[in-house]
Design a protein around this ligand. Structure first.
Ligand code: ADP
Length: 677
């Protein structure tokens, strides 16, 4: 007999008991089986199964009819919901007794939650691994891009270096070309002059009169020879200008004088009975010029000759006027000739170009006149402009500064050298070419020398009477004189014999120079590094090499500045952060600081504040180098606290050097506290 089971205990149980006969019909069940799985005597067991799983329930019944089973799972509706019940069975006569273990509901819920969570986790996992894959693909891409970038960076750097080499090579080639052309042209000119001289002798009849026919023939020889000579001279001039070799000889003269000499020059070539009137009109108010008269005359002569050549009747008028902006003079050569088609206007400035036209006589002219004139006008700091209308005439306008830019620059240089009293580091530069003087000034002042330029030997002598310079750079072929005498005087007088003299000139006379006592002899053009080394060695003045501190967190930016300053004689210090920069500035007291505007964790203002806080570093000039567009507040604050602001895009060697030089000059005018060495 079964003992009565307390109902509360029953509620805690998860077991059901029932008995089935051979047909699978329930013959007995306990109350929980009736309550939870809906069993009752006379009900087929299969009806308790989850719909759709009846076949599995039938198979289960077959099994328990035959033998006892342990923990067989059957899908039944428990409390109306599909659940799994785990049955163990035993045979009792013809019936099979079943004990089923219900899986508790909360357990099932938890299981399904776990199932859902597992599913989610699996999904997430899948997502994560997809993302991981994508990330690693992206990473690979980035690495590839990075490699490419650093390769192209390297490429840019080596291209930069290559470009520098190429430009040096080009300069060298232009130099060689200029020399070859100069020599060849010289070789041409000598026989041409001989032909001209000899034909003149023949025409003069010195060795007996010529027959009229012979006179005509010799005159042809002469005019062909003159044309050839003009051509050779044009080629020579053009090459000189192109190679930057044409030296400027500026002088003061009024336009009226220039016009008078033009009239004089052109009259012999211009027949009185011509159908074209040549009017050279002096300006109403005199215009005084300080520029290269010969070159300006050459430009105007070319334009007037062309105008006369391409005008059959009417006039060629030449005028001059002052024009806006002030300091510019405008010359106009206008004609009433054949004119030039718009599409030919630019072409006529190309070398060896002649426009087809009925007035163009082949062989008359070289097509070099206008290119040369344009180059000469540019050399004078100006331009040539053309307006033309076919059949009506052309107007060629030349606009140039009344005072040549080099002359005004030279005046500033001379003023500066007069204002600063010459000290032991002054270098006397005896040179008549202003451009070369500027170059010396640039090289030498950067290295801490003070350049005193003079353009003639009397000026040099006057200077040497009261000052003994550290060294003399001497050009031999000066305007209207040579400086051989000065060299021998310097070396034979006990007061000046020990001043080192560096002869730099265009003609190879090293023997003579050395014999007269020159300490060094070089042919132009000079190499800046060599010049500095030599001057330092010769002058024996311990010149202080100015140092530049570059504060920039970008390695490439520092590299660029390093390349720009290479060979300039500056000592370069580098710092890759604001604090590092401030520390280096305090330790080394550089002469100039180039400071990046945006540093990592700091701006230029932070660095400036730190520098200004210390008396030692307060007055070091700072040049801001930035790749950012600064707002007006930042810009105006920087302009008061820094020496200059330059943008990284526009940073070139020239610009960097100019700004550094300006800063150094200013610093020399207001010396800062002695450095503690
Ligand atoms: P050239 O006069 O020796 O031929 P230029 O360089 O002086 O060489 O001139 C080039 C060409 O420009 C001339 O051949 C001519 O076709 C054209 N040209 C120059 N000046 C004038 C002008 N005033 N009127 C018309 N054509 C001109």
């Amino acid at each position: 007999m079964q003992a009565e089971v307390p109902s509360k205990l029953m509620a805690l149980s998860h077991e059901v008991m029932l008995r089935c006969d051979q047909r699978g019909v329930v013959t007995w069940c306990d109350s929980r089986a009736a309550e939870r799985i809906g069993a009752r005597a006379g009900r087929p067991f299969v009806e308790l199964a989850v719909p759709g799983t009846e076949a599995a329930a039938e198979r289960f019944l077959d099994e328990i009819k035959r033998d006892a089973v342990v923990d067989q799972e059957v899908a039944l509706l428990v409390d109306g919901k599909p659940s799994t019940v785990r049955f163990s069975s035993a045979l009792e006569g013809d019936d099979a007794a079943l004990l089923g273990l219900l899986v508790p509901r909360h357990f099932a819920d938890a299981m399904s939650q776990i199932g859902r969570a597992m599913n989610e986790i699996v999904g997430l996992n899948r997502q994560i691994s997809t993302q991981k894959r994508e990330l690693s693909e992206r990473n690979d891409e980035l690495t590839r891009a990075n490699t490419k970038l650093s390769e192209s960076n390297q490429g840019v750097l080596s291209l930069h270096a290559e470009l520098q080499d190429k430009s040096l090579e080009l300069e060298r080639q232009a130099e060689i070309k200029a020399r070859v052309v100069a020599n060849v042209s010289h070789e041409f000119r000598t026989p041409l002059h001989a032909i001209l001289g000899l034909s003149k002798l023949l025409l003069d009849g010195t060795d007996g009169p010529l027959m009229p026919e012979q006179i005509t023939q010799v005159q042809f020889i002469r005019s062909s020879c003159e044309e050839l000579l003009t051509m050779v001279n044009d080629i020579l001039d053009l090459t000189k200008v192109e190679a930057g070799k044409a030296s400027l000889r500026a002088e003061k003269f009024p336009v009226t004088d220039l016009f008078a000499s033009l009239r004089g020059m052109l009259r012999p070539t211009f027949p009185e009975e011509s159908t074209v009137k040549l009017l050279i009109e002096p300006p109403a108010d005199e215009i005084d010029l300080d520029t290269d008269r010969a070159k300006l005359a050459q430009v105007l002569r070319n334009l007037i000759t062309n105008a006369l050549k391409f005008t059959e009747k009417g006039e060629v008028r030449v005028t001059a006027e002052r024009c806006e902006p002030e300091g510019i003079v405008r010359f106009r050569v206008s004609d009433t000739g054949i004119g030039i088609k718009p599409e030919d206007i630019e072409r006529i400035f190309e070398e060896f170009t002649q426009v087809e036209g009925h007035l163009q006589r082949p062989g008359r002219g070289t097509g070099l006149g206008l290119p040369l004139s344009r180059r000469l006008a540019e050399l004078l700091g100006g331009v040539i402009l053309v307006e033309s209308s076919v059949g009506r005439g052309s107007v060629f306008t030349v606009e140039i500064p009344t005072v040549h830019p080099e002359v005004s620059q030279m005046a500033r240089l001379e003023k500066r050298s007069q204002q600063t009293p010459p000290g032991p580091s002054s270098i006397l530069v005896v040179e008549d070419d202003r451009k070369t003087i500027f170059i010396y000034d640039k090289f030498l002042s950067m290295a801490g020398f003070h350049v005193v330029p003079v353009r003639s030997t009397p000026e040099a002598r006057a200077f040497l009477k009261h000052t003994k310079p550290a060294a003399i750079v001497l050009d031999i072929m000066l305007e209207n004189e040579s400086s051989w005498d000065l060299l021998s005087e310097l070396k034979s007088s006990p007061e000046t014999a020990d001043i080192p003299v560096l002869v730099v000139t265009v003609t190879n006379r090293e023997h003579k120079a050395r014999a007269l006592g020159a300490d060094e002899f070089w042919l132009k053009p000079i190499d800046q590094d060599r010049l500095l080394r030599k001057i330092r060695a010769l002058s024996r003045v311990p010149s202080r090499v100015p140092s530049v501190l570059v504060i920039d967190d970008d390695e490439r930016a520092r590299y660029l500045i390093r390349s720009h300053l290479r060979g300039t004689g500056y000592t370069l210090l580098e710092a890759s952060s604001g604090p590092d920069g401030v520390a280096k500035a305090r330790e080394h007291l550089p002469d100039v600081i180039l400071l990046d505007f945006f540093l990592e964790n700091a701006t230029a203002f932070d660095v400036l504040d730190e520098l200004k806080a210390e008396p030692q570093t307060r007055s070091i000039p700072v040049i801001i180098v930035t790749s950012h567009v600064l707002d007006s507040d930042a810009r105006s604050r920087l302009l008061t606290e820094a020496e200059a602001v330059i943008s990284k895009e526009s940073l070139s060697r020239e610009l960097a050097l100019n700004r550094i030089r300006d800063a150094l000059r200013k610093a020399q005018v207001h010396p800062r506290p002695e450095r503690a060495v």
